[in-house]
Design a protein around this ligand. Structure first.
Ligand code: AMP
Ligand code: GLY
Length: 449
């Protein structure tokens, strides 16, 4: 199945400014995959990643800049010195703290929403109010600003609920509770101050059931382009067991939604989201990521994010053709209609995350990584680095919980999963861990390796 993005009219790229130098902000697998996608575009001569990781410099045309995402003045100076044509901001923290606004004030072309639009992710309460106003299907919710408030809501509802800290909590602020007692404990945990400012407000939600899917819409502030649906695997262990993580693997397209359903999701969820942002005078140029649950009453939003998903981005990038660079550039310029047609390769793409022992609680780092994977052969495999760095001797070592994203494509699910798991065996480090059942939703093999 191909999710071809249909445009009214194809306009020549010559209408767009030059695109030779790109800066990607971030240090994870998502940013590595974005840099790789830019390297597929012929016109781009240099791709900088700030701060990047141990794999960045090994990628074609890519260079690390030793600048933290929070250092906006150093980023602006580097952009001016290096004459950067496009900046792509990878993660939610710099977006929520207004990095895109500061760069735009300095007259740079930026893909990523300002702090106003990033509230979609940075405040669950803000996002819920927007959904309510725009009649976007989502879980029923209650908000509370004190433990007492929250417990009295629970007392009235008398059902296990999902407890969410309002602000950014690096994916750790959500507890899906199975009992009223567990809900009480989760409420108390948020108000212990564990999540800092993020936990000063709380959202209680009804618990939805159904498979989850991630939808990414590229917005230029006036219209959107939808990418193929992807499925993430948030739990650490096979069978969706164990603690929540940043994501242990993903695949796309996720055929649990067909193109008709995707169209309906655009009309009922993503278009109204953009309209509601416009009503708030927000010029949203970046990714609107809708995390959906496919319930028996139809798709409902469980969360928004203001950036590409990680690891979904690693699976999606190899499905894009080279025009993606121009599409992101034109979204950043506020005129998606100036971009060439973005088509999606008719392949299946899979990402498996190799993590360290101890992840997510206490990731062990500092171990040497060996990679036996020859990416120059014809295997449709990419290796994107997440938590890696080079030590003083120039050797690659683990530096974070999620270490490598191993990505492969195939003409069908069977081929893609076979290839990715063959490739996973060619990387190694002390305590390497990965899930064997990525894509269990669509796989027909017995998931044993
Ligand atoms: P989030 O950090 O908002 O992505 O939430 C983490 C995970 O919690 C989601 O991927 C879902 O699996 C789960 N979750 C969040 N909200 C709900 C809900 N209302 N009902 C059931 N599960 C939920
Ligand atoms: N893959 C989930 C996220 O990026 O939030």
């Amino acid at each position: 199945m191909t999710f071809e993005i249909v445009r009214h009219k194809q306009t020549p790229e010559q209408n767009l400014p030059k695109l030779e130098k790109v800066l990607v902000i971030g240090r994870g697998g998502r940013e590595n995959a974005l840099a790789w996608a830019f390297s597929q575009f012929n016109g781009i001569k240099k791709i900088y990643v700030a701060p990047g990781n141990g794999g960045t410099a090994k990628q074609n045309c890519c260079h690390c800049l030793n600048i933290e995402e929070s250092n906006s003045s150093a980023i602006i100076k580097a952009c001016k010195d290096l004459t950067i044509d496009l900046v792509v901001i990878g993660g939610e923290k710099p977006l929520a703290s207004g990095l895109a606004d500061k760069l735009r004030d300095a007259k740079l072309t930026v893909f990523g929403p300002g702090a106003d639009g990033a509230q979609l992710e940075a405040s669950k309460n803000w996002a819920k109010e927007l959904m309510e106003e725009a009649s976007i299907p989502t879980a029923h919710y209650w908000k509370a600003t004190s433990e007492e408030d929250a417990l009295s809501i629970l007392n009235t509802v008398r059902k296990p609920l999902v407890v969410k800290a309002d602000g950014l909590a690096s994916g750790k602020g959500v507890t899906v509770c199975n009992s009223i007692e567990e809900t009480k404990l989760a409420i108390q945990k948020v108000f212990t101050g564990k999540f800092g400012e993020a936990g000063s407000k709380i959202i209680l939600e009804e618990c939805l059931q159904g498979p989850e899917v991630s939808i990414f819409a590229i917005s230029d502030g006036k219209s959107i382009e939808i990418m193929p649906p992807a499925q993430d695997h948030k739990r650490l262990l096979d069978g969706d067991k164990g603690p929540n993580t940043g994501g242990m693997g993903a695949y796309a397209p996720a055929k649990i939604i067909n193109s008709e359903e995707l169209k309906e999701i655009k009309e009922k969820i993503l278009d109204p989201t953009l309209k509601a942002l416009i009503r708030r005078n927000i010029d949203y140029r970046g990714v609107i990521y809708a995390g959906l649950m496919l319930t028996k009453d139809g798709p409902k939003v469980i969360e928004y994010n203001c950036r590409f998903g990680d690891p979904e981005c690693q699976a999606l990038m190899p499905l894009m053709d080279a025009s993606l660079a121009r599409v992101l550039q034109s979204a950043a310029l506020g005129s998606l209609n100036r971009a060439p047609k973005l088509s999606v390769k008719p392949l299946i793409s899979v990402c498996v995350i190799a993590s360290t022992s101890g992840y997510p609680e206490k990731p062990k780092t500092g171990d040497l990584i060996s990679i036996d994977l020859d990416q120059n052969n014809d295997l449709p495999v990419q290796l994107f680095h997440s938590g890696t760095k080079l030590n003083e001797q120039g050797n690659l070592i683990t530096s974070g919980g999620r270490v490598l994203s191993i990505v492969a494509q195939g003409n069908n699910y069977e081929d893609a999963f076979k290839t990715v798991y063959k490739a996973v065996k060619l990387v190694n480090f002390n305590g390497i861990f990965y899930r064997y059942d990525i894509g269990y939703q669509v796989r027909s093999d017995d998931l044993n390796h």
